[in-house]
Design a protein. Structure first.
Length: 156
């Protein structure tokens, strides 16, 4: 990088906004770079021994990169390239379950086991169904009303 800078060349850095890129090949290149960063970060976040703060920071960074990837994919479509958003499969974890997250924010690797996150996505036990009036009357027999038919009362 120093040699390139001293030679008068400007280091080729990813534009801050995807709209600043006017070339389809450049946009494809930046999208692939973002994908590489995402996969590298996802492999790093699998280590639960990193500490809570580091895991949260890494998860935030992955979600930021996912948003950036979406922007590049949108820009590629605007420039006449393929529609990656339509072709992209839904996100699943290693067990085949959909990644937990709401509102576009997802949790990866060890971030799924952080305090507060685990409880956030645990399914609450369903409430028992309420008994309806019809279900209660279903089990009432005439004996309930005192109509026991030919009852024999014996006196001692």
């Amino acid at each position: 990088m120093k040699q390139e800078f001293n030679a008068g060349g400007v280091p080729n850095r990813r534009p801050y906004l995807s709209s600043e890129c006017d070339s389809l090949s450049e946009a494809e290149k930046w999208r692939l770079e973002v994908l590489r960063e995402i996969s590298k970060s996802i492999s790093e976040i699998q280590n639960a021994g990193l500490g809570e703060h580091r895991i949260r920071d890494m998860n935030d960074n992955i979600n930021k990169l996912l948003r950036e990837k979406h922007h590049w994919q949108k820009r590629i479509k605007e420039l006449g390239g393929g529609d990656y958003n339509a072709m992209e499969p839904k996100s699943f974890d290693a067990d085949g379950r959909a990644l937990p997250g709401g509102g576009g924010y997802k949790y990866f690797g060890a971030a799924k086991e952080l305090p507060g996150v685990r409880e956030l996505f645990q399914a609450e036990a369903p409430l028992p169904p309420r008994r309806t009036r019809a279900a209660m009357y279903k089990h009432i027999t005439p004996d309930y009303y005192g109509y026991c038919g030919p009852c024999v009362i014996t006196l001692l």
